[in-house]
Design a binder for this molecule. Structure first.
Ligand code: ACO
Length: 427
């Protein structure tokens, strides 16, 4: 009887014992619960996956009630302080932090792939002059599948590793090209002498100078932001990556789908929405009035609340510190004053306290990006670059998981019963 759940179906009076493993029951075990033998059997109904585990995963652990985020067991705070983004990427993909030799080899294997085919550049040049960078990013990543048709062999580990390196290396190049395109600037080629984020900043901002030196504080700040965004277990875009990957699509197509899921304002677009909100509020004096509108249900306080965190998002704390370092170089973002006032009021207001609404990762990240001269339209792209690592780690885990099958939920049909088609002349 231990580790089982006893369920009595009051429609029939029958009792069932369902095994409990790791605090869960298997949804398929509910199928034996029926009134008639010819019935399909009971299902669970969970729109938005509020309480359904879709996988076992050993990559990222979150305890949203106490505000914990760990990659492979390492607290995010320690990784942000002692590791680089590429070390963190290695950890997420391989399960352990690299030693010095492994890191050198890993960095080289990424650098080897930073350039994109000249044809990809031409492809990107075909976008409209004002194309949104995220639309360009999503489409160009998908287009890469046509350059690497061998990527379809997703079960071949050597091939898979190569595509993973390609995607991590090319994501910043495609991202920077998409920015240069919508600015009408010539594209900059990668410089492998620079760090991962230093190279990205150079591809973004180098103009006519012979040598572009990214500011070390800004490159470091971006590296920390990339660490914080690298993975976040089974979120909307990761779920998309896994769902597409479950059909054994190539990783470029799957990752383009994941990036598309990230594009929405309730997910990767939230920091853009935060800046828009702060700009609209415009003045610290207007904050109490805005909070009243939120409480009246007229709008949401963007950058607040999270499906999983019911405490201060640990990433938001690190970002707040990073913001001070960035503002020391760039000057203070004038919107910061409004953000701090919003946070102060919200954290003490019963509406937000009762609903456990705290600042999430996006509340401050937009302010940092804006201070670094990164335009708002690039925000979701800046999220997609580091999350590429998390998507790929989760995708590889899915492919190696013998329990996984093609993702295919059930539905409760609510449409009409059977009826006859009336020819158009009689309708
Ligand atoms: N402002 C005001 N009220 C809110 C907010 C908010 N930002 N977020 C949630 N609430 C309220 C809801 O109105 C609801 O109140 P009710 O019980 O009186 O109806 C309650 O809190 C629960 O909210 P849900 O919408 O049920 O929570 P859910 O888990 O579905 O939503 C989400 C999570 C989408 C993040 C939500 O908090 C939100 O819209 N936040 C603003 C957008 C945002 O910052 N998104 C970024 C998420 S982080 C990321 O993707 C990286």
């Amino acid at each position: 009887m231990a580790d089982t759940l006893t369920v009595t179906d009051n429609r029939t009076g029958k009792t069932y014992q369902l095994p409990i493993t790791d605090g869960t029951i298997r949804a398929a075990d509910l199928r034996q619960i029926k009134v008639q033998d010819n019935e399909f059997g009971m299902m669970s109904y969970d729109p938005g996956f509020l309480n359904t585990a879709s996988t076992r995963s050993s990559i990222t652990e979150i305890d949203g009630d106490i505000g914990i985020l760990r990659y492979r067991g390492y607290p995010i705070e320690q990784l942000a302080e002692h590791a680089t983004f590429l070390e963190t990427a290695y950890l997420l993909l391989h399960g352990e932090l690299p030693n010095a030799d492994q890191l050198t080899e890993w960095e080289l294997s990424i650098q080897r792939h930073t350039v994109v085919h000249e044809n990809v550049k031409q492809f990107m040049e075909g976008f409209r002059y004002d194309a949104h960078p995220m639309g360009m990013f999503i489409s160009t990543v998908a287009a890469l599948s046509t350059y690497y048709p061998e990527a379809k062999a997703v079960r071949d580990p050597v091939n898979r590793k190569k595509q993973i390196c390609r995607l991590i290396a090319k994501a910043p190049t495609i991202a920077a090209f998409s920015y240069r395109h919508c600015q009408g600037y010539p594209y900059n080629y990668p410089n492998n002498k620079l760090s991962y984020t230093g190279n990205f900043l150079a591809m973004m901002f180098k103009m006519v100078e012979a040598k572009y030196d990214p500011h070390p504080v800004l490159a470091k700040a971006l590296d920390i932001l990339f660490i914080l965004h690298a993975d976040h277990e089974q979120n909307c875009s990761t779920n998309a990556m896994r769902a597409i990957g479950s059909s054994e699509a190539d990783p470029y197509s799957a990752l383009a789908g994941a990036a598309a899921a990230l594009y929405g304002p309730l997910h990767g677009g939230a920091n853009e929405a935060v800046l828009k909100m702060l700009t609209e509020i415009g003045d610290v004096k207007k904050v109490p009035e805005f909070i009243e509108q939120v409480k009246a249900g007229k709008c949401r306080l963007m950058g607040f609340g999270h499906r999983v965190y019911k405490n201060y998002d640990p990433r938001a704390k690190i970002i707040k510190r990073t913001a001070d370092e960035v503002f020391a170089v760039t000057g203070r973002n004038p919107l910061l004053k409004i953000a701090l006032e919003l946070e102060k009021i919200a954290l003490n207001d019963e509406y937000f306290v009762k609903r456990k609404l705290y600042p999430n990762v996006d509340f401050y990240s937009g302010l940092i990006y804006q201070a670094m001269n990164l335009p708002v339209t690039m925000f979701p792209v800046l999220f997609a670059i580091p999350r590429t690592v998390g998507w790929l780690a989760q995708w590889a885990e899915l492919l190696d998981d013998g329990e996984q099958k093609i993702a295919r939920p059930r539905q409760i049909y609510t449409g009409p019963g059977v009826r006859d088609v009336v020819p158009i002349t009689h309708r």
